[in-house]
Design a protein around this ligand. Structure first.
Ligand code: OGA
Ligand code: NI
Length: 203
């Protein structure tokens, strides 16, 4: 089994047992650095929009406070750094479809930037169209992140009516994957600029 397949297996095991999984070093330091160059080029070119006003409809169970700015990626991008991410994501989709028969047909994926003081209140990732969001994929790009920077992802899991909150720091290279329509989650206030890529695998 390749190292990549081993990471995919670990993710799938976590998702099937707990509904979420965390994989560190899913992206290498070099891949993160390359992505950040593309990210900032696009950001500085004014391509990002406040979340919820983008080209695709955003829908959440209730109106939530969502303080980030986003840019949807073109899945046929020829940018080398984006290509690496999109191809890795497609490899995971192929692996999921082959081993778990999840029937993922599409992916939507965006860059996200939270400025200092921003957060995203507790919510669930649901989608308006017929296509469902099966898995949420969050790739973090924050080198030198320290606990005082806040900006944690909190995932809420529920077992026998006992709620547990899992706190996940958005450190560079880390991928978090969870069942989109089943798990509540939030992003706590960030005290440093926070960079990530969010993807949804759709059926
Ligand atoms: C989202 C989301 C979590 C994060 O984009 O819907 O919940 O850690 N993101 O950025
Ligand atoms: Ni979310």
């Amino acid at each position: 089994m390749t190292l990549q397949d081993q990471k995919f297996e670990d993710l799938i095991e976590g998702i099937s047992i707990r509904g979420y999984a965390i994989c560190d070093d899913f992206l290498s330091a070099q891949e993160v650095a390359n992505l950040m160059i593309t990210f900032m080029l696009r950001y500085n070119a004014g391509k990002f929009k406040a979340a919820g006003i983008g080209k695709r409809n955003e829908f959440h169970l209730e109106k939530r406070i969502r303080g980030n700015e986003i840019l949807w990626l073109e899945t046929d991008s020829v940018d080398a750094a984006e290509r690496v991410l999109l191809d890795r994501n497609s490899d995971f989709v192929s692996y999921l479809n082959k081993t778990c028969f999840l029937g993922i047909k599409d992916t939507e994926i965006h860059f996200a930037k939270y400025d200092i003081g921003k957060f995203y209140s507790r919510h669930r990732d649901v989608f308006q169209a017929q296509k469902g969001r099966v898995l949420s994929m969050i790739y973090y790009l924050n080198t030198h992140w320290v606990p005082a920077d806040g900006g944690n992802l909190i995932i809420y899991t529920n077992k026998k009516n006992i709620e547990t909150a899992i706190t996940i720091a958005p450190i560079a290279g880390r991928l978090v994957c969870f069942e989109s329509e089943k798990l509540d989650h939030e992003v706590t206030e960030t005290f440093a600029e926070r960079f990530s890529v969010t993807g949804w695998l759709l059926n």
